[in-house]
Ligand binder design. Structure first.
Ligand code: ADP
Ligand code: ZN
Length: 498
């Protein structure tokens, strides 16, 4: 029996038997001229959704993507399949640009990748108009579309201006793609890109073969990291927060007898290429990287994704941990965190924002508040007693039952009611507002027994529950929120195990 025409072109151009879940409706909508928002988990095959329409129509699809490395990667993958694709970025020389333009007008290009800042350039405008005039522009695609939203975990100001694409190419369908997009982010994407009655294709971020574990990081986690690597199958991906710690960890692991390679954006292109190749080709590579690594990396048998710090958000974490087990086989996701991580991450984010031009500062302040909120949420997942997967998915707006595979599901903790201690702590703050966490914990330990770290933990827990607010200068001064005040008048049970 012959396949339908769409499946046939999938087979002919890509050699794959059938569509993966979620792909076909998007391809069909684009071919019918309809806008789309496709929220498909990492590894689901989002790129195909905009690549195939170009081939079916013998036309051009223009793709906006945030990273040059990512674009070049996709371009070379397409070229390897004999599909004409190119990438327009700042680094291109005059001659190369002219050549590209010629291929475009003579319809010898199926996919053209653009960096977001190029999308506003006059030259790009002309290119798009030429493609429009010849009637060959099949669709526009905005990849990693969550970058447009200040609610997202990876906001990029350049993406804000992509709304103009719509006016530039009326009548050409636009598809926005992302791996994780909470409801507010989805709404931002639709509004800011001016999608018209889009087909919204959302598939769960739930990954039935991944099991999450989140643990306090011991003073020196080396032994624990080595043990986790030892138990993992296939490739291992380790995320550290700074370039310096990436290098230190790669060196420490290697010294401990585990061959580990570093990867971060500060390395020269050649070493990066080497690291990437090692990761793709070695039978069981161990790669230590910053979160900059991974977008577009496609190794199916990653058996362990290990975070050495608290991730910055649930959305980001789902994307990073989602690089494990793409082959569908069981894989582990381990986070080693410390209570100080939230404070130091918050600091790093604030100082990054201080270099921005004045007109972006207000947006930046808004973004920082959201970033702090996301940090509190992911810390609540890490310190919480409930199912990890359920809590992570809830944080990105998805309801699901407990997974039955994570550390918390497997250990079925016995809960204590912290209501009494919480009231003690809250009224201490009511008496004296603005105390710092450490001295408060010290005093409470002296006055009421229980160790100091336990009170510090409870204070953080109450910050996560938003009963207390915390100064954002890193000094961890604590203030009672209005909810905390009403808690004192009329408390409710706080059942946590610790
Ligand atoms: P995403 O962007 O959603 O993370 P990609 O577009 O990078 O995912 O695709 C992930 C992998 O799946 C790639 O290796 C791609 O070639 C492969 N792939 C995509 N669609 C199909 C399909 N229908 N059948 C088999 N493999 C596919
Ligand atoms: Zn669980």
């Amino acid at each position: 029996m012959g396949a339908d025409p769409l499946t046939e072109s999938l087979q002919r151009h890509f050699g794959w038997e059938s569509f993966r879940p979620g792909q076909r409706p998007v391809v069909e909508a684009l071919l019918a001229g309809r806008d789309c928002l496709a929220v498909l988990p990492t590894g689901a095959g989002k790129s195909l959704c905009f690549q195939l329409p170009a081939l079916v129509r013998d036309g051009l699809v223009v793709v906006i993507s945030p990273l040059v490395a990512l674009m070049q990667d996709q371009v070379s993958q397409l070229q390897a399949r004999g599909i004409p694709a190119a990438c327009l970025h700042r680094g291109l020389e005059q001659g190369e640009r002219r050549q590209l333009q010629q291929r475009l007008v003579s319809n010898r290009l199926r996919l053209l990748y653009l960096a977001p800042e190029r999308a506003q350039a006059e030259a790009t405008r002309q290119l798009l108009e030429e493609a429009l005039d010849t009637g060959r522009l099949v669709a526009l695609a905005v990849d990693e579309a969550h970058c447009i939203s200040a609610w997202g975990h990876d906001f990029r100001p350049d993406y804000r201006r992509l709304g103009q694409l719509r006016a530039l190419c009326p009548g050409v369908p636009l598809v926005a793609l992302s791996a994780t997009a909470a409801p507010q982010v989805r709404a931002d994407i639709i509004r800011l890109l001016q999608l018209r009655r889009p087909l919204v294709q959302v598939r769960s971020a739930r990954r039935a073969n991944l099991s999450y574990t989140m643990r306090r990081r011991p003073a020196d986690p080396l032994a624990e990291v080595v043990a986790a690597i030892g138990q993992a199958r296939g490739a291992v991906l380790i995320y550290a927060r700074t370039r310096r710690s990436v290098e230190q960890w790669a060196a420490r692991l290697t010294a401990a007898g585990v061959e580990a390679i570093a990867y971060h954006a500060g390395m020269d292109p050649e070493s990066r290429q080497l690291a990437l190749r090692h990761f793709q080709e070695h039978p069981s590579p161990v790669l230590v990287a910053t979160v900059a690594f991974g977008m577009g990396v496609d190794r199916p048998d990653v058996g362990l994704v290990l975070h050495l710090d608290l991730p910055a958000s649930a959305e980001g974490y789902l994307q990073e941990s989602g690089r494990a087990g793409r082959d569908g086989q069981p894989a582990r996701c381990l986070v080693l965190f410390d209570p100080a991580d939230r404070t130091s991450l918050g600091w790093a984010m604030r100082s990054a924002g201080q270099q921005l031009p004045a007109d972006q500062r207000l947006l930046e302040r808004h973004r920082l508040e959201l970033a702090q909120q996301q940090l509190r949420r992911i810390e609540a997942v890490a310190e919480g007693e409930g199912c990890r997967e359920q809590a992570l998915l809830l944080a990105v707006g998805e309801l699901s039952p407990p997974c039955g595979r994570c550390d918390n599901c497997l250990s079925a903790p016995s809960a204590n009611d912290w209501a009494h201690q919480a009231a003690v702590l809250l009224s201490a703050l009511e008496d004296r507002s603005g105390r710092d966490l450490r001295s408060l914990a010290e005093d409470l330990a002296g006055a009421h027994g229980n160790e100091e770290p336990r009170w510090a933990w409870l204070a953080r827990r109450l910050v996560q529950e938003e009963l207390i607010s915390e100064s954002d200068d890193g000094a961890q001064r604590l203030y009672l929120r209005p909810v905390g005040r009403s808690y004192l008048r009329d408390p409710w049970p706080l059942r946590w195990s610790a």
